[in-house]
Design a protein around this ligand. Structure first.
Ligand code: GTP
Ligand code: MG
Length: 159
């Protein structure tokens, strides 16, 4: 099952946007499989963003992500047997809801387009590929923290 790791960054928590951001994924019809408030270490932040370690902004990115608690989430589509839904999996679909990296270029209606102004304070993270979704979930969650459950909404979301 394709899964996306979504994380509300410390600015989203500090600005009181946790409910608003979770609500967007709930309303879309994603199924929440894991959720926690968490203060992460520098090591974990560096491992999470290791592909960016040579970028000039890497140290400030690590300071930003570790500057306060984040909210860690796992989102999946409700059709458990289905890898992709109408050609788009949960990973790509979540990235669309989140919007472009630079919030000033993100479309209105997206989380970053509606709620943020600067790349270095763009309130939310979403996995950029199904493989990275797997990698990130293994990094941020332990096995006992995930919930297997079914939503009563399913028959009202999928014909
Ligand atoms: P994530 O979902 O957080 O991974 O963002 P993204 O996939 O849209 O962008 P990317 O993975 O390229 O960058 C990761 C994060 O690094 C961004 O979300 C920003 O918070 C930060 N970042 C990227 N580019 C810049 C930059 O030019 N300046 C600063 N200050 N931060 C940046
Ligand atoms: Mg990224």
């Amino acid at each position: 099952v394709e899964q996306s790791y979504i994380m509300i960054k410390p600015d989203g928590v500090q600005r009181g946007l946790v409910g608003e951001i979770i609500s967007r994924f709930e309303k879309k019809g994603f199924l929440l499989k894991g959720l926690k408030l968490f203060q992460c270490s520098k090591d974990l932040a560096q491992e999470h963003y290791k592909d960016l370690k040579d970028k000039p902004f890497f140290p400030t990115l690590i300071d930003y992500i570790t500057s306060g608690p984040v909210v860690c989430m796992i989102q999946i589509f409700v059709i458990l047997s289905c890898k992709a839904w109408e050609g788009v999996g949960v990973v790509a679909s979540a990235r669309k809801l989140i919007g472009a990296t630079n919030p000033l270029q993100a479309e209105p209606g997206t989380i970053r387009g509606d709620l943020a102004v600067q790349t270095g304070r763009n309130v939310v993270h979403g996995s950029d590929s199904p493989d990275n979704g797997k990698r990130e979930i293994a990094l941020w969650f332990k096995e006992g923290e995930l919930c297997e459950w079914e939503s009563v909404q399913t028959p009202w979301l999928i014909e």
